[in-house]
Design a binder for this molecule. Structure first.
Ligand code: SF4
Length: 218
């Protein structure tokens, strides 16, 4: 069996994701930084479709920190109810809005350290905000990016999300990181699903350790 090094795997992956998902990049750039941050908080511990529904409902009523800070908590809870633990999320979203207004005069901080001081904001939410919101070339490791990176074999399964981020950033140039973020999430929803990946439909079998492990004749 021909062995493929990680650099070659990364090049193949980037080429594939660009061909398949470049058209989606512009759509994602249209969201404000604040909307990106809040959607990511809403996405915690729920499915992608619930995040999309809750975000749409909330932003149709309040899409800025000013508007959210003014919303009664009960109304906010109602709007995001579909997103799972909505009481906790409503509290966090209101608190984030207040801090942004008070401490940052309405401007979202554009660095990891300050973002991660906001309630409920960890590595993933901070990196998604930097990448999707500010356009800073960061790999944002969500559940899909984490799973697919391990299946392909960029890192071993016991590595944490920080290891995944650092490894991918060492292999993928800054100019390609945004399409990789967008593409891996969509690819994880469509093909490389969490429970039953659709390997027979996948164009990445040549570079995928998981696939090779499943189809190893020995
Ligand atoms: S071959 Fe299967 S496991 Fe590997 S990336 Fe494709 S869908 Fe995922």
């Amino acid at each position: 069996m021909i062995s493929i090094n990680r650099k070659e795997k990364a090049e193949t992956l980037v080429k594939f994701l660009k061909e398949r998902y470049s058209a989606r990049v512009e759509k994602h750039r249209k969201r404000s930084v604040f909307q990106t941050l809040i959607s990511c908080v809403l996405s915690q511990r729920t499915k992608d479709q619930n995040t999309a529904r809750a975000s749409e409902r909330l932003f149709s009523v309040a899409d800025t920190p000013e508007k959210i800070a003014k919303l009664p908590e009960r109304e906010l809870r109602k709007l995001i109810r579909v997103s799972g633990p909505y009481r906790q999320k409503a509290k966090r979203i209101r608190e984030i809005s207040r801090i942004i207004l008070k401490k940052y005069k309405g401007k979202i901080p554009d660095n990891r350290e300050e973002l991660m001081e906001l309630p409920g904001v960890g590595f993933k939410t901070a990196d998604i905000t930097l990448s999707y919101g500010f356009g800073i070339p960061t790999i944002a490791v969500d559940t899909h990016v984490n799973r697919i990176s391990k299946r392909i074999g960029f890192v071993s399964s016991e590595k944490n999300v920080e290891d995944v981020r650092k490894t991918l950033e060492s292999l993928i140039p800054g100019r390609d990181r945004f399409v990789v973020n967008i593409g891996l999430v969509k690819f994880g929803q469509e093909i490389c699903n969490p429970i039953r990946p659709k390997c027979p439909e996948c164009s990445l079998t040549r570079i995928c350790d998981y696939y090779k492990g499943q189809h190893n004749p020995f």
